[in-house]
Design a protein around this ligand. Structure first.
Ligand code: IPM
Ligand code: MG
Length: 359
């Protein structure tokens, strides 16, 4: 029997609620398939700030490094929004990404037929949408130097961030993107701002050169402003999108919303070796925390990605994904995906329905 060590980072807001539903489901599928999970919980985000003063304590990073995969829920909240930057929950998340070398972020956005009417766009625009955003995650303007708020000689302050990509950084995310496109429909769109930014010109040159090694992939390029427009205008033209850290942050939220609710979408962050981090795309939703209103499905689907990409357990992953389909087919809905004629349930009840669906 395989036995996996999984680090759990429940974090803040609705994090603990959706995490507890998800670990219950993981245990159940593990029992069914003879897969053992050893869960170890660690502090991260606001919860870690309150307990230790740091959003990513050294101990947490060490526990993560020492595991087979990391399941993260959500971090942040109003309470910590005004702390100095190095103490913000978000800084902990960036530290985790950098500390584990997670340069590749996979964010699938596919519309589930049951939820088409939850999208703010017309049915004919979104029906059949199935996009994978491959976002570079440990470089670009998020990490480039120099950065900071500096005082000039006149006493005026200047805020600085720097968008940097080296050839090696572009090539390794490009490889993930081309290989992802190969496993999907074979279409890859690289998004940049090469009409203005030098860093984007290098990005475009490298990605174009790499295309020669992947004759089965049809490569296209878009400027990021146009890509944002096309995503809303005609999203079905996209299959796999590859882009840098900041553009990927923005476009993956837009892609997420095509599917009706950001509450449905999982993500995987992977490095060259070592454990990946699997987390929902949505945030910690402090406004509904502790009220049993949260949608746990993106967390469950993140656990499915953990099984598929992190542990190479595709059968267990499929069972979780199937359970999500089954509860939606049975018309169970949390508030964020509710529509007329469906049954409104809370986080716990959704968890129970998933357990039943797993059988
Ligand atoms: C995301 C989030 C993070 C990011 C924040 C919380 C630091 O928006 O994962 O998309 O900007 O990368
Ligand atoms: Mg974001």
């Amino acid at each position: 029997m395989s036995n996996y060590r999984i680090t759990l980072l429940p974090g803040d807001g609705i994090g603990p609620e959706i995490m507890s539903v998800t670990t219950g489901i993981l245990k159940q599928v593990g029992e069914q398939l003879g897969i053992g999970f050893e869960f170890k919980e660690a502090l991260m985000g606001g919860a870690a700030i309150d307990a230790t003063g740091s959003p990513l304590p050294d101990e947490t990073l060490a526990i993560c490094k020492d595991s087979d995969a990391v399941l993260l829920a959500a971090i942040g909240g109003y309470k910590w929004d005004n702390l100095p930057r190095h103490q913000r929950p978000e800084t902990g998340l960036l530290g985790l990404r950098a500390g584990l070398g997670l340069f590749a972020n996979l964010r699938p956005a596919s519309i589930l037929p049951q939820l088409i009417d939850a999208s703010s766009l017309k049915r004919e625009v979104v029906e059949g949408v199935d996009i994978m955003v491959v976002r570079e995650l440990t470089g670009g303007i998020y990490f480039g130097q120099p950065k900071g708020i500096f005082e000039t000689e006149t006493g005026e302050k200047r805020g600085v961030n720097t968008m940097v990509y080296s050839e090696g950084e572009i090539d390794r995310i490009g490889k993930v993107a081309f290989e992802t496109a190969q496993k999907r429909s074979g279409r890859l769109c690289s998004v940049d701002k090469a009409n203005v930014l030098d860093v984007s010109q290098l990005w475009r040159d490298r990605i174009t050169q790499m295309a020669a090694d992947y004759p089965d992939v049809e490569l296209s390029h878009l400027y990021v402003d146009n890509a944002a427009m096309q995503l809303i205008r005609a999203p079905k033209q996209f299959d796999t999108i590859v882009t840098g850290n900041l553009f990927g942050d923005i476009l993956s939220d837009a892609a997420a919303m095509l599917t009706g609710s950001i509450g449905m979408l999982p993500s995987a962050s992977l490095g060259a070796a070592g454990p990946g981090v699997f987390e929902p795309v949505h945030g910690s939703a402090p406004d509904i925390a502790g009220q049993d209103k949260a949608n746990p499905l993106a967390q469950v689907l993140s656990a499915a990605m953990l099984l598929r990409y992190g542990l190479n357990e595709p059968e267990a992953a499929s069972r979780l994904e199937q359970a999500v389909q089954t509860v939606l087919d049975a018309d169970y809905r949390t508030g964020d995906i509710m529509s007329a004629g469906k049954t409104l349930v809370g986080c716990q009840a959704m968890g129970e329905a998933l357990k039943q669906a797993l059988g």
